[in-house]
Design a protein around this ligand. Structure first.
Ligand SMILES: [Ca+2]
Length: 85
């Protein structure tokens, strides 16, 4: 069982990866996020997820888009029903 990050963790990761400080992630910063989260995806997978996450097609992942991606992928406990208890 792996530990899932909380929303706060995600914000911290997002901020760390947001090298440009513009509150959105380009593809390179997005791959940095995956590194920070300990996810190992190959380049094609990263590109694919990036395109999936970029809902408004502006070429960047906003924090809202990032959070949504993590929720849909089940990487965060936020927004998902508790499986136990
Ligand atoms: Ca976007």
């Amino acid at each position: 069982m792996t530990t899932k990050p909380t929303e706060d963790d995600l914000l911290a990761v997002f901020s760390r990866a947001d090298l440009g400080g513009d509150e959105k992630l380009d593809l390179m910063e997005f791959s940095l996020v995956l590194d920070l989260l300990g996810l190992s995806w190959n380049k094609a997978q990263v590109q694919h997820r990036f395109e999936l996450a970029d809902f408004d097609r502006d070429g960047f992942i906003s924090f809202a888009e990032f959070g949504e991606l993590l929720r849909t992928q089940g990487w965060t406990t936020q927004g998902t029903a508790a499986a136990h208890g």
